[in-house]
Design a protein around this ligand. Structure first.
Ligand SMILES: *[C@@H]1O[C@H](CO)[C@@H](O)[C@H](O)[C@H]1NC(C)=O
Ligand SMILES: *[C@@H]1O[C@H](CO)[C@@H](O)[C@H](O)[C@H]1NC(C)=O
Ligand SMILES: *[C@@H]1O[C@H](CO)[C@@H](O)[C@H](O)[C@H]1NC(C)=O
Ligand SMILES: *[C@@H]1O[C@H](CO)[C@@H](O)[C@H](O)[C@H]1NC(C)=O
Ligand SMILES: *[C@@H]1O[C@H](CO)[C@@H](O)[C@H](O)[C@H]1NC(C)=O
Ligand SMILES: *[C@@H]1O[C@H](CO)[C@@H](O)[C@H](O)[C@H]1NC(C)=O
Ligand SMILES: *[C@@H]1O[C@H](CO)[C@@H](O)[C@H](O)[C@H]1NC(C)=O
Length: 485
């Protein structure tokens, strides 16, 4: 098939001596060379294109893929249009020779992702039009070769939930950013602060509940003035988002404008009201109120427990926990602290005994509550009987099992089988052992380890537990069994 079309194209060499693909228009307005192949039924990029071409338009064809050889050596190309095809695949480095390309139009195709090597080599790109595709993911370094030259980026009418915001924040020359008609839920704080040339920012019809304040927005002109706005002014469009009109949007409301039709989606008393007609005093937040929390909690040392603290407020409060000794609780291999107020302790230790404090905070204030945790210690059986039968908690079973077994007694070898190091990676170890009823006499296990990323070095457990030990540099010091009798 490809061979056949190639033959046809060679037959189509134009009378002027230039290679001109069949049914295309080739203009040789010296020194520039333009090839226009709109609506010519092309299934792929013609192979006989003059490599000195300056402008190439392949609009409204049926091209499905862009390959590396399609634009090889076209170092003079300034303008490439591939709009309204069916392109779903761009092979890596397909545009790598287009060092001078200024405008790339890929709108109305079927692209679903942009990877880091799709646009490699486009070091002079000014306009990148990717509107009306099916994009759901753009790699963080996809635009690296032209972050400082790009003036115009159009990502509208795609399926983007997330934007590579860090990249957007580096587009120091950008003038127009179109991100409208996507599924964007979140704009990070301060992302536009270095985009001093930005003049149009369109975020219409997304899923934004709020827009963070940004120095950029001070350039939004106050309307009702003359049409001729100052050069540095910004046109911001954000209609068609489910705005949550609380105190966090007050800054935006204060930039009085009169001609837009943005509405609020929530809170319920402001639903469907026009953003710009709501008085400033109605943009309110509610400080957190702790509505429910765990009662005094009892747990056996080594057992898991979870403490809960539920808070209401507008905006939704974040909850943090303070341990009895006054330290803010972070995520460790032993504890997980969720912002909704759940604190999960996988293996409790005696150190956890005491009063935990939850702090709920939001833009309007904070509120605290307390939960008492009582940890019942496991009996220290070794001390309680005078006959201490265990040989010595010295060398651990783990360390022993790594040694040669030749000199190990039969008794030790049978003990080894009771403890299994199931998964061992550079920074984690999973230790398993059978439940105690198979080995009468064993009441409790004690694990001791040394970790740079964890606060707890000793775990004591009454029964079968999987203990994930994860840290940057762990050394498992000893695992000792305590037996009675
Ligand atoms: C590009 O140029 C190189 C070196 O001049 C040559 O080997 C290659 O065949 C050219 N490719 C195309 C598609 O013209
Ligand atoms: C708690 O234990 C469960 C099941 O053993 C495990 O999946 C989870 O990762 C553990 N969480 C922490 C914080 O260690
Ligand atoms: C702990 O991890 C959970 C889930 O990975 C996360 O939601 C939470 O924000 C983390 N908490 C802290 C204090 O970092
Ligand atoms: C908080 O979030 C965690 C993880 O998403 C979930 O397991 C827990 O049940 C939630 N707690 C509450 C009180 O909703
Ligand atoms: C058990 O003995 C250890 C040291 O041998 C000691 O630190 C610990 O307090 C004793 N525990 C009890 C309950 O007596
Ligand atoms: C101990 O091991 C030796 C050989 O290494 C074997 O002959 C002997 O029967 C074993 N004793 C017991 C009690 O299993
Ligand atoms: C943990 O290991 C490091 C390095 O091996 C050592 O310097 C440190 O003293 C150890 N800490 C404890 C509590 O054993």
């Amino acid at each position: 098939m490809e061979w056949l079309i190639f033959s046809l194209l060679v037959l189509a060499v134009s009378t002027s001596g230039q290679l001109c693909p069949k049914r295309c228009m080739c203009q040789n307005l010296s020194p520039s060379l333009a090839i226009l192949c709109a609506k010519t039924g092309l299934l792929f990029v013609p192979t006989v294109i003059d490599r000195r071409t300056v402008e190439l338009r392949l609009t409204e064809n049926f091209i499905t893929a862009v390959r590396r050889r399609d634009f090889a050596n076209m170092t003079s190309l300034l303008h490439l249009t591939l709009s309204r095809n069916t392109i779903s695949q761009i092979l890596p480095y397909a545009f790598a020779d287009l060092k001078r390309l200024r405008a790339l139009h890929l709108d109305s195709n079927r692209l679903s992702v942009v990877t880091d090597d799709h646009f490699r080599g486009l070091t002079n790109l000014r306009h990148l039009i990717l509107a009306n595709n099916q994009l759901h993911n753009i790699s963080p370094h996809a635009f690296d070769d032209f972050v400082t030259t790009l003036e115009d980026l159009d990502l509208s009418y795609n399926n983007l939930v997330d934007i590579p915001w860090e990249t957007i924040g580096r587009l120091t020359n950008v003038n127009t950013l179109n991100m409208d008609h996507n599924l964007i839920e979140h704009v990070p704080l301060g992302v536009f602060s270095n985009l001093h040339k930005l003049a149009r920012l369109d975020m219409t019809s997304n899923k934004l509940k709020k827009i963070p304040p940004d120095p950029l927005f001070l350039r939004i002109p106050v309307y009702a003035k003359s049409k001729g706005s100052p050069l540095s002014s910004l046109v911001l469009s954000f209609g068609g988002n489910p705005l949550h009109c609380n105190c966090e949007l007050l800054w935006l409301r204060r930039l009085t404008r009169e001609d837009d039709l943005e509405t609020c989606a929530s809170p319920s008393d402001l639903t469907a009201k026009y953003f710009w007609t709501i008085p400033e005093e109605e943009f309110i937040c509610d400080p957190p109120v702790i509505t429910r929390k765990s009662p005094k909690t009892f747990v056996m040392e080594g057992q898991p427990t979870s403490l809960k603290c539920k808070a209401n407020g507008d905006p939704d409060p974040d909850v943090h926990w303070i341990a009895p000794e006054g330290r803010l609780i972070a995520n460790t291999s032993r504890t997980l602290s969720f912002s909704n107020g759940s604190l999960e302790i996988n293996i409790t230790s005696l150190k956890d005994m005491g009063v935990f404090t939850c702090i709920a905070s939001n833009a309007a204030g904070e509120s605290t509550g307390t939960v008492e945790l009582v940890v019942s210690p496991l009996p220290h059986l070794a001390n309680s009987t005078n006959r201490i039968r265990e040989p010595d908690p010295g060398p651990s079973d783990i360390l022993t099992s790594a040694k040669s077994t030749s000199s190990v007694s039969n008794e030790t070898r049978s003990q080894e089988r009771k403890v299994v190091l199931a998964e061992l990676t550079a920074n984690s170890a999973l230790i398993r052992w059978p439940s105690q009823q198979h080995f009468p006499g064993i009441r409790m296990y004690q694990i001791q380890y040394n970790s740079s990323a964890d606060d707890t070095l000793v775990y004591r457990m009454p029964q079968e537990v999987d203990v994930p030990l994860t840290a940057k540099s762990n050394t498992l010091n000893s695992l000792s069994k305590r037996t009675d009798e």
